[in-house]
Design a protein around this ligand. Sequence first.
Ligand code: ADP
Ligand code: MG
Length: 321
Amino acid sequence: MSESPTEFELIERWFADLGVADLARIALGVGDDCALLQPQAGEQLALSVDTLVAGVHFPHLADPALVARRALRVNLSDLAATGAQPVAFTLALTLPQVDVDWLSGFASGLAADAQQFGIRLIGGDTTRGEQLTLTLQVMGVVPAGAALLRAGARPGDCIAVSGELGAAAAAVALLERPASSLTAAEQALLTRYWLPEPRLALGQALRGIASAALDLSDGLAGDLSHILRHSGVGAELEEQALPRAAGATGPVPLAQALHGGDDYELCFTYAPGRAAEVAALGRQLGIAITDIGRITAQPGLFIHGRDAQRRALDARGYRHF
Ligand code: ADP
Ligand code: MG
């Protein structure tokens, strides 16, 4: 077996040339004390950082390529929710040991998705530590003043979500199962967990249309409550309208659609007069966009059930896991 690479060799081999360089905006990448970014005139930088810890956020034995791809996609989803275009990211890696196979898999997964989503690795840090830990910080650009925020929803606005709800939550129960024991439907669910689709094109297209937006990481009820709090409004949802994902044996339970995390779909609000534009966007981008309720002046989050009863919805929901 070859000798373990030094920290410098490790960076050179796997991380020095990763992703797509936006030459107009990245003046300096990996290798110096700092990377240098050059936002264009009239742009704002959008930043978001997330840490994933082995054993907490993903199983220790998870495929490193999937770990990398998911970590990047989850961060990109924050840029999507802001309406920002990805430019660059940094990666702080804490490793218990230098495992060449793990690093190769990790870097190749990261490179594939960085390429696909048009982002460049411009720096990071590499340290030894007991627990495998990844911190990614993504940077994107948005025209000044045009970012989509959690504040801005107004009474009467429609509430919409992209894609389907609850698939990733349905997959969490499968994470520790041996792959050979999974049905095709279960494998498909797991893919939805590992490879969420950051809704970058949709987020950028919603600039100037959506009144508020965020991405769904902790479940619809809890995340929508952030929009309500930031905007000083309430909401009424229609149970029948919720686009429930197919689980392994039928549509996911209502509780999973409302409270299941990790879907990374966008939830946004818009004035009813913009409905035709929103529908057209969904068609153009080939993304299902579903109206699920209305913003109200009265605070609180309510849901109209199939039985036509109106119930208050607990934002925290129950913890399924
Ligand atoms: P310093 O000691 O000045 O912080 P380092 O030796 O930590 O520099 O890193 C050297 C260069 O390699 C820096 O440009 C840094 O951003 C980059 N780097 C270190 N680790 C990583 C990583 N995991 N991914 C990408 N770039 C990295
Ligand atoms: Mg350093």
